[in-house]
Design a protein around this ligand. Sequence first.
Ligand code: NAD
Length: 329
Amino acid sequence: MKIIMFSVREDEKEAVKAWEERNNISVTTVGEDLSSANIDLVKGFDGLSIQQVTDLHDEAIYKKLADFKIKQISLRTAGYDVIDTEMAKKYKLTITNVPAYSPRSVAELVLTQTMRLIRHFPSLESHMAHGDFRWRGLVAREIHTLTIGIIGAGKIGSTSARLFHALGAEVIAYDPVRREELEAVLTYKESQKEVLEASDVVSLHVPIDLSTINLIDEEALNQMKPEAYLINAARGPVVDTEALINALEAGNLAGAALDTLTNEQGVFNQDLRKQELPDDLEKLMDRDNVLMTPHIGFYTTEAVRNMVDIGLNNTVEVLLNGKSENEVR
Ligand code: NAD
């Protein structure tokens, strides 16, 4: 069995090598994203693993893969919107993803950004960059005195809740699906509104779908306390960016930490030093109560290893058994 793996970053290579040795299966790695320009590289391989940001909605790609007798495409990511699932079906390609990889990776970023926000780091750092080392007015609150609101207590939300609970914070959550075992670390509320109204820090961990686009809009932001912080390490469109900028400018919110942004594609993980930034990003980055990170929540050694291992395991499962528990339907 031979597998070809596209979009392989340097930091994935060690995990790929270890997987090859454990499984005695050969994996050829390619740095570029899979596209119609390099599709012929797949010829002669049995399995295909990808992880890309560029779109794969070109029928010619699916046709070629079928011609090359490829049976599956394994994504090393949770999201699979780069794939045309109808095309995949037409050409009998089984698509798999990696639905969960180290929830700690994102939860620890959320904890880090919460601590940085409540200690006023964005403000302090911006003053210090200009030689102003005064701290008057920047008195911080301690984490164990705060109420942390989790919207969406799934894998990442519940892991974040456990971390905050361990530090003595009171954790409240809204999730239509309740898990009894979480009641040891958090208190469920009946509505999102109740969580927004009572929290000092609100952290979003919902999936993206039609019902969660702009979940945090002007009305929701108005329900938050003016001294509260908002954290979005879920997906950009969950927050209405314009409404957030307005709330920050009006002083209706103490600050925010964003690891994702609507329209982040083509911006995050790109070198834009010689280019103008999108307006909304520029406005957010100019503020001294906002922390931006370029969608790096997932980027830890453990999560990268999980994505490689699960992605390659899914490939083998489909090739050997024709199915996988991580099949995208
Ligand atoms: P999950 O499916 O385990 O949990 C999502 C939870 O949200 C579920 O419990 C669900 O019942 C709940 N939910 C759904 N709609 C809701 C709503 N309207 N209000 C409240 N709760 C709602 O997902 P997860 O693996 O924990 O991922 C959470 C988010 O984190 C996703 O958006 C995912 O894309 C994102 N994510 C970000 C990064 C990153 O690098 N920043 C990495 C991985 C995942």
